[in-house]
Ligand binder design. Sequence first.
Ligand code: XMP
Length: 317
Amino acid sequence: MFNSSKFIEEKVKELKDRIKGNTIIGVSGGVDSTTAAILVNKAIGERLKSVLVDTGYMRKNEIENNSRMLKKLGLTLLVVDAKERFYKKMEGVADPEKKRKIIGELFIRVFEEIARKEDARYFVQGTIAPDWIESGGGLRDKIKSHHNVGGLPDKIGFEIIEPLKDLYKDKVRKLSHELGLPSEIYSRQPFPGPGLAVRVIGETTHHNIQIVREACFIVEEEIDRAVENKKIQQPWQYFAALLPVKSVGVHGDKRSYANIITVRVVDSIDAMSGSYTKLPHHLLEKISVRITNTLKDNVNRVLFDITNKPPGTIEYE
Ligand code: XMP
């Protein structure tokens, strides 16, 4: 049995002994990085600065909501707007692993710049076990380079600390509960570091990121509402992705030729395997109608993904 209070006690001591200077942490507001930030904050207090990078691939209103929440938790927060840098580097890139490598590398370059300014020698990441296992650590084949592991460049200008490296999500959630984080954080669905960039299949543009951002918002809002009304249990993850194909449709009495959105909803315990959630059809229909109405100039068809993991992964890239 995982003893979260013992884990906290031991980790805080270990971090106190190891960290000898200024430190920065990359936070997104998700459960992993926020839990890591609170843990390190407990160990070194003022010497920790939390950095939230706006990659341009975050969900609707996420930067504003997460910064408010992180500050409320008592963290010293720096928000860095790197949207244009990410968009520029990703221009013309369609290969999933290349996209992940570019994002991982740029994240680190941004953190290096901040570390220099803050005179920080240590960089903390909220990496958890599936991140490095799926990135080809251990005995497993590389499935995909998680932004915080396989996407890292060889030369890095600071020492990396990963206090949650050996834990799976269920343990991290227990830990965050024990640390007194609000349910808004520990019950939150996972969101990948490369964000919406891996939810636009193939090449990303400012335009198609906006489309998938709106579609993800609709999926989340409809499913959250169904959970709140006790119509369904909260799935592990629920989102939309934009496929790089167009199909013919009809809108009013006019022909349309527009993109396809796929809706992915998955139940899982640790993200290593999962099954697609058997959502009620009326909820699926609500999601589909709302997406095609809201995004009518760009999307004319919505698919529901009925693939388990394996063989599909949770994200598409
Ligand atoms: P897959 O798609 O491999 O994802 O089945 C397993 C879990 O990991 C999340 N994921 C990531 N998380 N950085 C992260 O922090 C990443 O690069 C990344 N890629 C995938 C995914 O959303 C799922 O919960």
